[in-house]
Structures are given as structure tokens and as C-alpha cells.
Design a protein around this ligand. Sequence first.
Ligand SMILES: [Zn+2]
Length: 56
Amino acid sequence: MTAAEPQPCDTPDGEHDGRVRLYPCGWRCSTHSPWALAGMPEPGTAAAKPADPSAT
Ligand SMILES: [Zn+2]
């Protein structure tokens, strides 16, 4: 069978790590994700938890 499996991520070089997700720029692993390249913590974690608008 020749199933078209997705590559680790769209970045061809470097070491890949973490979960591969589909970003606006394409499939990226945690290492090559936009937020990682920007020095941001992984979205969805407690640090990046969005504020509840109904809390105020
Ligand atoms: Zn990668």
C-alpha cells in the first residue's frame, strides 16, 4: 500500500519534536511551529489560557 502519510512537518530540515499540527502556514511540529519560532509557549497550555470574558 502506498498511503500518503504526512511528513513530520513542512520544514524540511532540523529536528522535529512534539505534536504536528496544521497551521495557516502548513503542517508544523512543535519545534517549527509559528509560536515556537516566536518564542511563545505552546497554545492551549495553562500559560496561554484565554481569559474568560464572563469572569469580569
Ligand atoms: Zn518540524
